[in-house]
Design a protein around this ligand. Structure first.
Ligand SMILES: [Zn+2]
Ligand SMILES: [Zn+2]
Ligand SMILES: [Zn+2]
Length: 142
């Protein structure tokens, strides 16, 4: 599997995009996440690393990457959108969201993937799917 960060930077280069320090910083940070993050978290993490990137550039970069298909916007129903790298090989996971504390957790289920692919085959639709399960997490339930 090609590293998402390398692949994304290379693809943008091939497109002849002007290099941007902010974009590179955001892409490198996203590539290290195991799950989706929001713009504020990216901004805070970059600040923490001593990278001087403005919050507006973070938003702009996320919008661009989403439009270009490198990043997927994950709608977890919270007030802020979360973003996750899209892997070219199609490997991905889905999300559980706690209605109480807003925690987002990842889950993957081969059975679910098979069921979704069957829908694709049955309907002839080429579907991009995004599954979000809402509930109350372990911590909040007790
Ligand atoms: Zn995720
Ligand atoms: Zn919770
Ligand atoms: Zn899936």
């Amino acid at each position: 599997m090609e590293d998402w960060t390398t692949a994304t930077l290379a693809a943008l280069e091939r497109d002849g995009r002007r290099r941007s320090a902010a974009r590179t910083a955001v892409i490198e940070l996203l590539g290290r996440q195991s799950c989706c993050v929001n713009a504020q978290e990216i901004f805070d993490a970059l600040r923490h690393e001593g990278r001087r990137v403005g919050i507006a550039s973070v938003y702009r970069t996320l919008e661009q990457l989403t439009r270009d298909g490198f990043v997927q916007r994950v709608d977890v129903g919270a007030s802020t959108a979360r973003y996750e790298p899209v892997h070219p090989g199609g490997e991905h996971h889905h999300h559980l969201v706690c209605a109480d504390c807003g925690k987002v957790e990842a889950f993957a289920d081969p059975e679910l993937e098979r069921a979704l692919h069957k829908v694709e085959g049955d309907t002839g639709y080429s579907v991009a799917h995004d599954v979000v399960l809402r509930g109350v997490c372990d911590d909040c339930a007790t």
